[in-house]
Design a protein around this ligand. Structure first.
Ligand SMILES: [Zn+2]
Length: 185
């Protein structure tokens, strides 16, 4: 549990994320997802969480159980499956619902099963650069908010409805990232 808390605190520290970007991005230029993870309109703490997730560095419950820290590896969001990165993004019924709602909201028609495939799709799609930036920012916000929801369950035994998570995600992304950097809306 402590590891998970530490991870969230790190993710919340935008200054750390910003400095981390500069150190890390040089090594990622050849990765297909680097452009999406570090897209200019992403909120830094969202990018950092996205980067942790896509590299399987988040301290999931499956990982914590293997380390002997937890006795159970059940997903905090659905309680039905082992909580690992693949399940969280986006095999879980909860996160899948969130992803589908974001896709519907954007009119984003793509067959996406997991985080790498979503990142790859954004990177390779023949769409405008502005659309790519919007998709990347919302995907990063989604990853951050899904992880945050798991922590809410852990600390407060309260699971937000997917709709609330999505509103948070879109609000933070649009008003915290895209609006400030692109002066839109
Ligand atoms: Zn689940």
């Amino acid at each position: 549990m402590n590891s998970r808390i530490i991870t969230l605190k790190l993710a919340s520290a935008e200054s750390i994320a910003s400095n981390g970007c500069k150190m890390i991005i040089g090594d990622l230029e050849s990765e297909h997802w680097a452009e999406t993870v570090w897209a200019r309109s992403n909120i830094p703490k969202h990018s950092f969480m996205y980067w942790m997730a896509i590299q399987d560095r988040l301290k999931t419950r499956s990982m914590l159980k293997k380390m002997g820290i937890l006795d159970t590896e059940d997903c905090l969001l659905c309680g039905m499956h082992e909580e690992n990165i693949r399940h969280l993004f986006f095999d879980c019924v909860y996160s899948r619902k969130c992803l589908e709602q974001v896709k519907n909201w954007l009119g984003w028609q793509a067959n996406i099963n997991n985080l790498p495939s979503a990142s790859r799709w954004i990177n390779r799609a023949k769409i405008t650069r502005f659309k790519k930036i919007i998709y990347a920012a919302l995907l990063a916000g989604l990853v951050y908010n899904i992880w945050r929801c798991g922590n809410e369950v852990l600390w407060y035994q309260k699971l937000e409805k997917p709709e609330i998570s999505i509103v948070n995600c879109c609000y933070q992304t649009c008003f915290g990232g895209i609006k400030c950097r692109w002066h839109v809306f």
